[in-house]
Design a binder for this molecule. Structure first.
Ligand code: AN7
Length: 377
């Protein structure tokens, strides 16, 4: 099968820190669709002439963007002979770590905040066979513990403080630029631990021949930097949940709280990299309330057919608000990362669908009435 897509390491091998000696641990992640929105921009004041696209990362093998970084982190851990990996997680990192560890024959230890991760993510970590360690604390507590325990036990950290994670995640920016044949004018993205926005900035920068401070691996030595594919980079726009918005408070948030549990993070590990990316690109950070987040999660599903988890709706909600208020200029090409699939968090989804499900007897007349009573006017 010569044209069989075999994952992002093989696809972008010459742009990643891998060699012939790196065992590629892959689930064919990446190559996700860039979906042009059909309805929401036109329904938004000032949005009629905006081209808006969603990079739907929920269609990765474990249903979130984390697979991009994890294929790199676990492949490099395997190259270094690791037998076990560890991460703190609000859920998606743990699912991805568990899956790639299973494939590599490693043990994954995942620290999750008790009671604060979506059910689908917990199911994944357990099915893939991770050792799930619930802590009576939040993600930030877990992250500190992971950093300390990795000094005392033989486990490789696969959180995004592992620079190979950002290298994998930068490939989404490659795919967007290739799909559009140019860089977008604005790239909008949810921000939690702030690794992904930093990875995208590396990717967009490399596409136009720039090195960034966030690329701690090549120091400007990558040969492909001399072969730019495009001439511009987007403004990077990072959106947070209002109850967990350290970038808006200019520092740590002690007790982060939001319905979007994926981004319930108060002390982002890549704070400086993300701030540099936003500043260097001429972008900005902003925040959305839980009400705005949930409303957009539902609108994306019922107006565009894209079902994402709450944290992922943040990018689209923020972008549409900034189109309406003119911060995003008319005529722009806007891309939004939609980070995780809606099926990850069925509880929050069902809780916000208020209309009761119609239940009827199993006969033709009753079905007919149910249809005729609900046809569009
Ligand atoms: C759906 O899984 O941090 O700013 O431990 O799951 O790169 O952290 C998840 C983060 C956005 C934020 N959307 O990305 C974890 C974790 C979803 C996420 C983010 C996360 P970063």
């Amino acid at each position: 099968m010569q044209n069989h897509y075999s994952g992002l390491i093989n696809r972008y091998r010459e742009r990643l820190p891998v060699s012939d000696k790196t065992p590629v641990i892959s689930l064919c992640e990446g190559d996700t669709p860039l979906i042009k929105l059909a309805n929401l921009p036109a329904e938004t004041p000032n949005g009629a002439d905006i081209s808006m696209y969603v990079k739907f990362e929920g269609l990765n093998p474990t249903a979130s963007f984390k697979d991009r970084g994890m294929t790199m982190a676990v492949s490099k851990a395997a190259e270094e002979g690791a037998k076990a990996i560890v991460c703190a997680s609000t859920g998606n990192t743990s699912a991805a770590a568990a899956a790639y560890a299973a494939r590599a024959g490693m043990t994954a230890f995942v620290l999750i905040p008790e009671g604060k991760i979506a059910m689908g993510k917990l199911a994944q970590a357990m099915m893939y066979g991770a050792v799930v360690i619930q802590i009576r604390g939040n993600f930030d507590d877990g992250m500190e513990l992971v950093k300390r325990v990795a000094k005392e036990a033989p486990v490789a950290i696969v959180n995004s403080i592992n620079p190979f994670r950002l290298q994998g995640q930068k490939t989404a920016a490659f795919e967007i630029t290739e799909a559009l044949g140019r860089a977008p004018d604005y790239h909008c993205i949810p921000v939690g631990n702030a690794g992904n926005i930093s990875g995208y900035w590396i990717g967009f920068s490399e596409m136009c021949g720039h090195n960034t401070e966030s690329c701690t691996l090549c120091n400007g030595q990558c040969p492909f930097l001399a072969d730019p594919k495009v001439t511009t980079r987007p403004r990077m726009v990072g959106y947070q949940a209002a109850g967990a918005a350290p970038f808006m408070r200019n520092g740590k948030v002690e007790n982060p709280e939001t319905v979007a549990t994926a981004i319930r993070i108060g002390n982002p590990q890549s704070f400086d990299l993300a701030k540099a990316a936003v500043d260097e690109s001429g972008g900005w950070f902003d925040e959305l309330t839980d009400e705005e987040i949930l409303a957009m999660q539902k609108r994306l599903a019922n107006r565009e057919g894209i079902f994402c988890e709450p944290a992922s709706a943040v990018s689209v909600a923020g972008a549409l608000r900034d189109i309406e208020n003119g911060k995003i200029a008319p005529g722009s090409v806007v891309t939004c990362t939609v980070t995780g699939h809606g099926l990850k968090d069925p509880d929050v989804a069902i809780a916000q669908c208020q209309e009761p499900v119609v239940t009827i007897d199993a006969n033709l007349e009753a079905v007919k009435q149910a249809i005729l009573g609900n046809l569009p006017g």
